[in-house]
Design a binder for this molecule. Sequence first.
Ligand SMILES: NC(=O)c1ccc[n+]([C@@H]2O[C@H](COP(=O)([O-])OP(=O)(O)OC[C@H]3O[C@@H](n4cnc5c(N)ncnc54)[C@H](O)[C@@H]3O)[C@@H](O)[C@H]2O)c1
Length: 162
Amino acid sequence: MTPESEIEEDSPMNVPLIGVGRLEPLPYVKTILVTGVAGFIGSWMTRHLIYQYHNNYNIICLDKMGNVSSINNILELIQFSSFRFIHGFITNPKTVSFALEAYQVDCVMHFAASGHVQNSFEDPFTFTENNVMGTHVLLDAIKNNSNISLDILFSFSTPWLP
Ligand SMILES: NC(=O)c1ccc[n+]([C@@H]2O[C@H](COP(=O)([O-])OP(=O)(O)OC[C@H]3O[C@@H](n4cnc5c(N)ncnc54)[C@H](O)[C@@H]3O)[C@@H](O)[C@H]2O)c1
């Protein structure tokens, strides 16, 4: 890898890793909760949201920081006042309810999950806990939060077969 000091200022490697597309922001959405923000999909989505929509949306991020997460995926976002990070588990109802209520979340993008099919054969309980229970806790917290109407985006690619 090229050391940072050797990267030219105008090098494409200095461009933040974001998507370039930009749809019109949704007028009824103010605050988005993104789960699994320090993982692959969640960090890409969050960087995109922050860079393209920091004047439109507040982005509240939740991640347990597991062994596949990297703080480097989101470190550059700390400079934005529209970015907030909560270190916590989606399996913890108090944490999820706090995130939804304290920040008056009105949209959720749920990417926190255990991925990688091979690992699910070796440690299936962790997959059930994070993917099934975690999603259940999140949905329950949303249901119990009567102050907000929510849009929910779910992303699945990893099956678990006993
Ligand atoms: N990677 C892909 O190509 C791809 C494609 C389509 C869909 N998806 C789906 O998107 C979702 C995210 O995939 P990914 O590749 O970004 O995974 P990833 O493993 O890179 O990231 C998942 C993140 O979720 C966090 N997390 C896991 N359990 C948690 C918990 N209980 N509480 C809080 N945070 C928790 C982890 O710490 C991690 O940072 C998964 O549902 C996956 O199936 C992934």
